[in-house]
Write a protein that binds this ligand. Structure first.
Ligand SMILES: Nc1nc2c(ncn2[C@@H]2O[C@H](COP(=O)(O)OP(=O)(O)OP(=O)(O)O)[C@@H](O)[C@H]2O)c(=O)[nH]1
Ligand SMILES: [Mg+2]
Length: 282
């Protein structure tokens, strides 16, 4: 008890000391201010913001939904996304915050690019592609209404649209890299691979979508890398799928080869790759 009283008296006399009080009034706000400045940076590093881009119907909303909160019986909404959707996941102290830019001809697409790539730049980009298997949305793609089009012809058209879309997105990515003090990463997520034979899926990833591929898409990717320089942009490409579902176009059907367990493994690999790209794991 006497010891406790001595401590209290000591602290009281220190608090009455003019020099100590002066130091405290200047030092405490400085320390708090510095901590407050660093806090958002540390939080941001542990919870990066990721833009998700890609053609309408390519599978962005479903992929991010399943990566964040996997549901076996998930049935996707049939319509295009009208707004920039926000989704997140958390693992312990770290997480990932997604901002999905709608692919369709909606007002939020332009404002989404403006915000996420220019005024409030993101930390990385997931660009979603589907090897021509973007779902035709009523009213949004003219091909969706052409009942004479075969599935093969539809896929060829969608592959062309996909390259055009990537080239447009690449101009925004180039600005993002130019304005950023740290390297930006770009993950090309080749989704809906449940609809492809595994050999075909690997071939598409390696020879169509990768930097070393032989395709108009690979050309566009190389053009982007040339423009921004190797140091500013890390690129990666991987196969994934988010639901096992048949693809139908004008009465023609492509059967899914997907299973729940394989899909879960693919989604885990997707999450792992993202955590690696954002530096959460090494
Ligand atoms: N087989 C298969 N179908 C998928 C997969 N992911 C999405 N789909 C189908 O593709 C459709 C379109 O997916 P969305 O995620 O809504 O497409 P989106 O890219 O968000 O499109 P917008 O919102 O218009 O930009 C869905 O309604 C599903 O039917 C997948 O991994 N495999
Ligand atoms: Mg969507």
């Amino acid at each position: 008890m006497p010891v406790a009283r001595a401590v209290v008296t000591g602290v009281q006399s220190l608090a009455r000391n003019k020099v100590v009080r002066g130091l405290a009034t200047t030092a405490v706000p400085v320390v708090i201010g510095a901590a407050r400045e660093r806090l958002p940076d540390a939080y941001r590093a542990r919870n990066p913001i990721v833009a998700v881009t890609g053609l309408g119907g390519s599978g962005k909303t479903v992929l991010v939904h399943q990566a964040c909160s996997r549901k076996r019986d998930y049935s996707p909404i049939e319509f295009e996304s009208p707004t920039v959707e926000k989704q997140a996941w958390r693992t312990g102290l770290s997480g990932m915050r997604f901002r999905i830019v709608p692919g369709g001809d909606v007002a939020a697409r332009r404002t989404g690019f403006e915000q996420l790539f220019h005024s409030e730049p993101v930390d990385g980009v997931v660009h979603v592609v589907a090897d021509g298997l973007a779902t035709a949305r009523p009213g949004s793609t003219p091909q969706a209404l052409d009942t004479s089009l075969s599935l093969d012809a539809y896929r060829a058209l969608q592959r062309e649209r996909e390259v055009e879309d990537f080239r447009r997105t690449a101009t925004h990515i180039a600005s993002l890299v130019g304005a950023s003090r740290k390297p930006i990463w770009l993950l090309i997520a080749v989704t809906k691979t449940d609809l492809l034979h595994p050999h075909v899926a690997n071939d598409v990833v390696e020879n169509y979508y990768s930097l070393t591929g032989h395709s108009p898409f690979a050309e566009a990717l190389r053009d982007l890398r040339r423009q921004v320089g190797d140091g500013g942009l890390t690129t990666a490409v991987m196969p994934v799928y988010a639901i096992a579902q048949d693809f139908e176009f004008n009465g023609q059907r492509l059967a899914t080869r997907g299973t729940d367990s394989d899909r879960d493994a693919k989604l885990d690999a997707f999450r792992h790759r993202l955590r690696h790209l954002t530096g959460q794991i090494s």
